[in-house]
Design a protein around this ligand. Structure first.
Ligand SMILES: Cc1cc2nc3c(=O)[nH]c(=O)nc-3n(C[C@H](O)[C@H](O)[C@H](O)COP(=O)(O)O)c2cc1C
Length: 287
């Protein structure tokens, strides 16, 4: 079942591609009182709704939800969050025991903190890796959707899953993307056991914290397996794992080697954003 909300059609295009490729049924969330067609006015309305914690009423009802195991849930990013009508949906329908496959379209913010929000609203549902597309990518979503579905089917999670990724193959490069409000940084992983075990936990959405004057850190949900993993040697731009504390470290300045600090990879795009990151970050697997 594909459930989505779309105001200007981008999320709808992605929803349609999912329907086309899976044959799933579809339910479009529409407000009982339609939104304005005026973009600028909508910006203000959406912001107000968010500030008030509004629950705009949904027109119509989704029947027979119990017969579906998987719900593809799509929405545009509005002010770094889901449109409030998605909260209405999650309040009104119980997705316990189901698998939610989230997808978002945005001007660049991606999921922001919405995965956490879905998790809080539906604590007894499983959430897969999501698909995040920019507004223009969303207009030709077929390949991205196909890749995503293939990744979900093969049991991995994350967008654009490298289905041929072999955890044992040290030479095969795998990338991850760290998204933040300040922009997104791409890391190339080094193929170590520690890097593979980080990748296996994606997607993750969590808080980024400041540490010292050269590090931004986050805590993966589970400890990483550091068997035979190399120690961190690189300078600024290194992604590392500090085993005693179980935190991943994004260095933006030089650092000293340490016998408990393992190298996971190196920033290959937009390393300049690391020092500015704050709030919630989302970490996704990428090709
Ligand atoms: C009210 C409103 C708020 C938005 N806020 C954000 C935002 O915080 N970050 C972002 O990247 N894009 C933002 N956008 C852009 C939309 O997420 C983007 O255009 C999306 O693809 C629209 O999807 P739709 O065509 O399915 O409605 C916002 C758009 C609207 C209308």
């Amino acid at each position: 079942m594909v459930v989505y909300f779309s105001w200007s059609g981008n999320t709808e295009a992605v929803a349609e591609a999912i329907v086309q490729q899976t044959g799933a049924d579809v339910f479009r969330i529409q407000p009982e009182t339609p939104y304005t067609d005026d973009y600028d006015a909508l910006l203000d309305i959406a912001k107000e709704e968010q500030a008030e914690g509004a629950r705009p009423a949904i027109s119509g009802r989704l029947e027979n939800l119990e017969q579906y195991d998987v719900v593809f849930l799509g929405f545009p990013n509005w002010w770094g969050d889901m449109p409030m009508i998605l909260y209405t949906f999650l309040d009104e329908y119980d997705l316990s025991g189901k698998t939610i496959a989230p997808f978002v379209t945005s001007g660049g913010s991606g999921f922001s903190g919405t995965i956490n929000a879905i998790e809080s609203a539906e604590p007894d549902a499983a959430i897969t890796g999501g698909l995040s597309l920019g507004s223009s990518e969303a207009r030709e979503p077929e390949q991205a959707v196909a890749d995503w579905l293939q990744g979900l089917e093969s049991g991995e999670s994350g967008i654009k899953v490298m289905t041929n990724y072999d955890k044992g193959d040290e030479k095969m490069a795998a990338k991850i993307i760290v998204q933040s409000e300040q922009g997104q940084v791409t890391y190339e992983l080094n193929g170590s056991a520690a890097a593979s075990s980080l990748r296996g936990q994606l997607p993750l959405s969590l808080a980024v914290e400041d540490f010292s004057t050269n590090e931004k850190i986050f805590y993966p949900t589970q400890a990483l397996d550091t068997t035979d993993s190399p120690l961190a040697k690189g300078g600024a731009g290194t992604l590392a794992y500090y085993a005693p504390w179980g935190d991943a470290v994004m260095f933006y300045g030089d650092f000293r080697e340490n016998p408990d600090l393992f190298e996971l990879g190196t920033a290959t795009e937009r390393a300049d954003i690391i020092s500015k990151m704050s709030g919630t970050i989302t970490i996704l697997a990428a090709e």
